[in-house]
Design a protein around this ligand. Structure first.
Ligand SMILES: Cc1ncc(COP(=O)(O)O)c(C=O)c1O
Length: 405
């Protein structure tokens, strides 16, 4: 098959044509540094300001609450470590170890940050369970909160199994708690919305989050640029020292082309979303239906109902996910096993273990994520090939087992 099929939109997305067009001049004729006071700089600053307004319009917040970063990894690090830095900057907190709540299946950039803080003894951390469905329970959040809890970080949509977390409910709970305790600052609420912004309403007047992160490359924007939304008066300090960019919260020369692309990508989302989302949901449901019905001993990982429109994550008995991805790739179909960010290592995915799968079940899992360019023809081709490949892989593994008897 000459035509390549891309079903790994959760790993990254192609840059939208309009976005690319908007970016290009900022590499060449409009190359100024946004902090320079001459006209080149002013032109770049104007573009950064426009992008900030585009993001603010999407998030329904003030442009002053938008911090441009190099991506969700940096935004998540800044949110968590920055909150901790601010906490410790107050003399009365010097010897009071703070508590952070997160979940067992966050992206590694959140989990590893929390683990480092635990190791350094700067914070204690509770990792909430996510159960078979892959969804956090609000009662567990409530029970985990302690007097020294300063931050709760729960992802919006899981990147591997696509399950959607109760962000509105957690935000409401925390808001009520803070009002009752007459504590205006803590616990702060952070969400990693990297996989959520594409499909869900991220209206900051409705989501009671203090901090929200995402990357442009998951929404048809360029790689290496992202956002941390920081609600006004949120106690947070910068973690990277240097220049005064981004309201002194993120030092370093602006990635002007990237920021322009992010702004353009997000304004495209607002205009196109509904129609695209319905198309993607229909294709995803069709794919799930075909796979479960036509491939024996195949299962969907995580909740079907509380799921991102573009995610299908399957497991197949007696099949290795890596072999499956390689066989699909040979047919021109791009898929993933576990998370793209951790592939390369043959460790079972921490997400799949967190929903109670055994390591061998986690190894037999496959993630297919759809996007705005996915067609029914591609889904049909993929489902047909998947059937053939699984049959072949199972018969090979059956023969190998026979030989070892
Ligand atoms: C949920 C989630 N958070 C964070 C990240 C990290 O994003 P980036 O690599 O753009 O920094 C990813 C990327 O896959 C993700 O899916």
């Amino acid at each position: 098959m000459a035509h390549k099929i891309y079903l790994d939109y959760a790993a990254t997305t192609p840059v939208d044509k309009k976005v690319l067009k908007a970016i290009l001049p900022y590499f060449s004729e409009k190359f100024g540094n946004a902090m320079s006071i001459h006209q080149f700089g002013q032109e770049a600053l104007k573009a950064v300001d426009k992008a900030r307004e585009q993001v603010a319009e999407f998030l329904k917040c003030s442009p002053t609450e938008i911090i441009f970063t190099s991506g969700a990894t940096e935004s998540n690090n800044l949110a968590i470590k920055g909150a901790l830095r601010s906490y410790y900057s107050r003399p009365e907190n010097k010897n009071k170890k703070p508590h952070i709540i997160t979940t067992k299946f966050e992206h590694h950039c959140v989990l590893d940050t929390c683990k480092i803080l635990e190791k350094e003894a700067s914070a204690e951390v509770t990792y909430l369970p996510v159960y078979k469905e892959g969804v956090v329970k609000i009662e567990d959040v409530k029970k985990a909160i302690k007097p020294n809890t300063i931050l709760i970080s729960v992802m919006h949509v899981n990147n591997e199994i696509g399950t959607v977390q109760p962000i509105i409910a957690i935000g409401k709970l925390l808001r009520e708690l803070r009002i009752r305790a007459k504590e205006l600052r803590y616990p702060l609420f952070h969400t990693d919305a990297t996989q959520g912004v594409n499909y869900f309403d991220c209206d900051m007047t409705k989501l009671n989050v203090d901090l929200l992160s995402f990357s442009a490359h998951k929404i048809y924007g360029p790689k290496g640029v992202g956002v941390l939304f920081v609600r006004k008066n949120t106690p947070i300090k910068r973690i990277q020292d240097g220049g005064d960019q981004e309201y002194k919260l993120r030092a370093g020369t602006h990635n002007v082309p990237g920021i322009v692309g992010l702004g353009e990508a997000i304004s495209q989302l607002t205009t196109n979303n509904k129609q695209q989302t319905t198309k993607i949901i229909n294709l995803r449901d069709y794919l799930i239906q075909r796979v479960i019905k036509e491939i024996p001993r195949s299962y969907l990982n995580g909740s079907l109902e509380k799921r991102s429109p573009n995610n299908a994550n399957f497991r197949f008995d007696n099949v290795e996910g890596e072999g499956l991805v390689l066989s699909l790739d040979m047919e021109g179909i791009a898929a993933s096993t576990g998370s793209a960010c951790s592939s390369g290592a043959l460790e079972p995915s921490h997400v799949l273990l967190a929903i109670g799968l055994k390591p061998e079940q986690a190894h037999g899992s496959l993630r297919l994520t759809l996007g705005k360019h996915t067609t029914k023809k591609e889904i049909d081709f993929t489902a047909n090939k998947l059937k053939e490949i699984i049959k072949r892989l199972r018969s090979i593994s059956g023969k190998v087992l026979e030989e070892f008897k």
